[in-house]
Design a protein around this ligand. Structure first.
Ligand code: HQG
Length: 179
């Protein structure tokens, strides 16, 4: 499959499995799952037709493993704005994690810490390289170092998504190191 079609299907999945299932009349269950055949039908009925083989290829080839298919159902692994309970276990984080942002947000983050904004959680990366990529989506990347070990010791709960993104409710400014 050509790269452009792959990306188009992946972005279509992000939109409808994370943010706006209702736009194509899709229902997600409490844990974010929806039947694959229903998704294919709903997409086709709303003007975008792709096959189950293409869908499976996108899920398998996705650079960030954003989606999982199990038993004929599909869900996004993280990044939702609609309320879903991913049922992720709390895990002990490494001593430091990273957050990539853009320079123009830094002043507000120094003031308020990291907030989830439109998502359920603040997303943290396991390494600088990933954080730089995440921050680069929004401008010149700035990488913040998060004292995850100390946060955890202080009682903050950390979750890890199926594709290795760390999730937390909020990072108060005292746990952040700015460059
Ligand atoms: C910033 C992608 C002002 C925050 C990535 C970020 C990630 C604040 C933006 C995933 C703030 C929110 C998530 C505050 C945070 N004041 N700005 N107090 N607190 N921000 O997209 O982390 O490709 O919701 O720094 O790889 O950029 O979708 O979060 O710049 O894993 O799979 O507000 O999205 O994954 O932006 O990215 P986002 P994010 P996917």
């Amino acid at each position: 499959m050509d790269e452009r079609r792959l990306t188009r299907i992946s972005k279509y999945l992000a939109r409808h499995l994370r943010h706006d299932p209702q736009r194509i009349g899709l229902a997600l269950d409490a844990h974010g799952w929806t039947p694959v055949d229903g998704l294919l039908r709903a997409a086709a009925a709303h003007g975008f037709t792709f096959t189950e083989a293409e869908l499976r290829h996108v899920v398998a080839a996705n650079d960030k493993r954003r989606y999982t298919i199990v038993d004929g159902r599909i869900r996004a692994n993280q990044g939702h704005s609609v309320p879903v309970d991913l049922g992720l276990p709390a895990v002990v984080p490494p001593e430091v994690l990273y957050h990539g942002t853009a320079g123009r947000f830094v002043a507000a983050i120094e003031e308020e810490g990291l907030r989830p904004m439109d998502r359920h959680h603040v997303h943290l990366s396991p390494d600088r390289e990933t954080a730089t990529r995440v921050g680069g989506r929004r401008g010149v990347p700035v990488v913040l170092v998060v004292a995850a070990g100390t946060m955890h010791a202080d009682g903050h709960m950390f979750l890890r998504s199926a594709n290795g993104v760390w999730l937390v409710d909020h990072v108060p400014p005292g746990y952040l190191r700015f460059p």
